[in-house]
Design a protein around this ligand. Structure first.
Ligand SMILES: [Zn+2]
Length: 208
């Protein structure tokens, strides 16, 4: 075995000339390495997010009463998970915590967290677009959402917050808000897409 290894080692070195070419190749390797690491982090994050079939995803979360360190830690953990899973929103029910809190990133101004959210205004005008969910991997279905909503609630320190959201931000927020009531995108799509989605999800649910 040792001989074989030495041989391979020599062979590798023999193939490269020193200089710019090798430098470029190393940069390319570093990029691939970074991509592989991000993918590993994404998979690990997804493994910590409840997947379809988990009863927590179907439960209604409770109002938060204590704006304490525990809540701060939960929000921090959820924000990290959302980023590592490469998502734009994550609700507490998706990590098995039945509290009314979700994190979301509706634009490029950074992540936000809202506690005890209430949709206080909802436009009659709606739009249908495809949505995915970190808890329903491999599924994308068309969902109709109000184009504009106004959301009120508290931030993790207990201060009042109010967000006026439209387009993408409005869609993300309504999706996360649904999670707090145990509602999933397959409940909001048409029969045909629901059937298709369930066919994708079912084998996985059985294996759990
Ligand atoms: Zn979701």
């Amino acid at each position: 075995m040792a001989d074989e290894h030495d041989h391979e080692h020599d062979h590798e070195h023999g193939e490269h000339e020193h200089g710019e070419h090798e430098h470029e190749e190393h940069e390319h390797d570093a990029e691939l390495q970074a991509e592989a690491e991000a993918e590993a982090r994404r998979r690990f994050a997804l493994s910590q997010i409840r997947q379809y079939g988990d009863p927590a995803l179907r439960m209604r979360a409770h109002e938060v009463e204590d704006f304490d360190e525990d809540l701060g830690r939960l929000v921090e953990r959820m924000t990290t998970l959302m980023h590592e899973a490469q998502g734009v929103g994550l609700a507490a029910t998706q990590v098995g915590v039945l509290r009314r809190v979700f994190v979301f990133e509706p634009d490029d101004e950074g992540p936000r967290a809202i506690v005890n959210p209430v949709i206080v205004e909802r436009d009659d005008e709606a739009e249908t677009d495809d949505e995915g969910c970190l808890s329903l991997q491999g599924v994308r279905v068309p969902v109709e959402r109000s184009i504009r909503i106004v959301l009120e609630g508290k931030d993790p320190s207990g201060e009042d917050v109010r967000y006026e959201l439209d387009a993408y931000g409005s869609r993300v927020t309504q999706h996360e808000f649904d999670h707090l009531d145990g509602v999933l995108i397959i409940d909001r799509t048409d029969d045909e897409h629901r059937k298709e989605a369930l066919a994708t999800l079912r084998p996985r649910a059985v294996l759990r």
